[in-house]
Design a protein around this ligand. Sequence first.
Ligand code: BG6
Length: 512
Amino acid sequence: MSNENVQADAAPPAPANVLVLFGAGGDLTKRKLIPAMFHLSSAGMLPEDFAMVGIDRLELDSEAYRERIDSEIEGFVGETFSRDLWDKLLKRIYYVQGDFKNAESYAALKDMLQQVDQEQRTPGSYLFYLSTPPSFFGEIAGQLSAAGLMQETGDQWRRIIIEKPFGHNLASAKVLNEQLHQAVREHQIYRIDHYLGKETVQNILAFRFSNGIIEPVWNSRYVDHVQITVAEALGVENRASYYEEAGALRDMISNHLLAVLSVVAMEPPNSFDADLIRDEQSKVLRAVRPIADDEVASSAVRGQYGAGTLADGSSAPAYRDEPGVAADSSIDTFSALKLQIDSWRWAGVPFYMRTGKRMPRRYTEVVVEFKHAPDILFQKSMLRKSKVPPCRLVMRIQPNEGIELSLNAKIPGATPRLGTVNMNFNYADYFNSMPSTGYETLIYDCMIGDATLFKRADNIELGWEILDPVINAWSTQPGTEFPNYPAGTAGPETADELLERDGRAWHENTDS
Ligand code: BG6
C-alpha cells in the first residue's frame, strides 16, 4: 500500500476583487472568516489585487478595526500564523460604520469601494458576504441593488454569499428567494452550506464516480439501507436565542444532512458543471416520498436532552436549564427521520438520518449497509442461528476522516467460524491538507465563480418541502415527552425504535 502523503493542490490565485463583509464585528468573522482569509493568503490563493471591507454598526474607522482584528487573529489561526504575511493582508483591510437598514450606509460603502479600487487597483468586482442575522438578507440585497452595487458590467462581477438559516420553512424560504431575486440574479447568489465545503463530503462524489467497482452496487439491488449521523457533543452553547427558534431539524437536517443525502443518492451528472450537479441533487430531493401527516409519528423522532453526564465525567444541565431557554421549551435538540426515495435506483431502500446535541461524542458518518448474503451454507455448516453480518461501508466525514469497509472472514482454526474484519483508509495516512476553517474553499470558489458547492433556490425549497409536514406536526404538539434523553447519550429510545421496527439498528460508532 503506497503512502505518498500528497500535499493538497495549490490552486492559482482568484481574480482581483474586494470582499465586503457584512457583520464584520461578529463572531463568525473573528473565528472563521478572517482566519480563512489568512489561510487563503498563505496558500497563495488570494489575488495580488485584493482588499477586504468590513461593515457593521460598531463605531470604528479602518485603523481602529485593523487594531481590533489584529489583537484577535493569532488565537484563531494557531501555529501557522505568520506576522509578515498577516501585516501585508492587514494593510488591505478597511472598515465602514453603517446600519444595514439605512440607505446612507450603502452610499458610504460605495464611496469606500471606489477609494479601495483606486488604492488597491481592484477592478470593481465585489463579493458581498452576509454574515448577519437572516432578517437582514433580503434588506441588504435590496439596498445593494438600489445603490447600483449588484450591477455587473463587462468583466466586473458582483456576487453575494448568504449564510444559513435560509428561511424556517417552505413559505419563508420562498419569500426570501423572491426578495433576493427582485434584487439580484440567481447566478449572483451563493447560498452557503459549510458541509458541502468539507473535503470528505466532496469525496463522496469522487469515491462513487471514480471507482468502477462502487457504482454498480450503489442501488436497491445491493444496498439494504443508508444511515447518516451527525452527532455533536456540545450543547446549545450561548446560542439559545437562535436555537429556541430553530431546533435540530431546522438547524441541521434541513441543510447539512439533506446536502449529504443528496450527494450520497444523486445520479451521476454528465459533467462537474455546477448546474448539472445541482440539477441531479434537486432531482433526488424531488424523489423523496412526502411524509403524510398521519405518518409523521412513525417517520420522525424528536428529542430534547435532560441533565446528564458527559464523556469526560462532568455533568451537564438539561436543555431547559441552559441560559436563555424557556423552562417549558418544546425545541428538539435531537431529531431523526426515515425517508424513502421513490426513484428507480433507491426504491425500497430507507435512508435514516439523525442528529443531536449532547450526544456522547462528535462525529459525522454515512453508513451504507449492504444486503445479507444468502447464508444457508453457513447456517448448515456452522450451526449459526443468526444471520451472517452484512457488509457495511462507513464513510467517516469527521473526525478521523476515512472510509471503512467491513467484511466477513473465516476465523482461523479447525471450527468453521466467521468474524468481521475491516478494510480501513485514513485520509491523514495519504494526504496532507492545508490548515482550514472549512470556509476557505467556499470563499475561493465564490471568487472564481464556481457555484458547485452552493445551493440553488430550488435545492433549498425542496429541502423545506420534505420537512414541512414534520415541522407543522411538531409545532402544533408541545413536546410533552421532553426531556427524553440524558445529556451524554445517543438520543431518545424512540430513535432506536425507528430502526428496530424495520429490523435494523443504528451503527455504533466506536472510532473516536
Ligand atoms: C451549524 C449549526 O450549521 O453547524 C450548529 O448551526 C452546528 O448548531 C454546526 O454545531 C456543526 O458544524 P460542524 O462543522 O462542527 O459539524
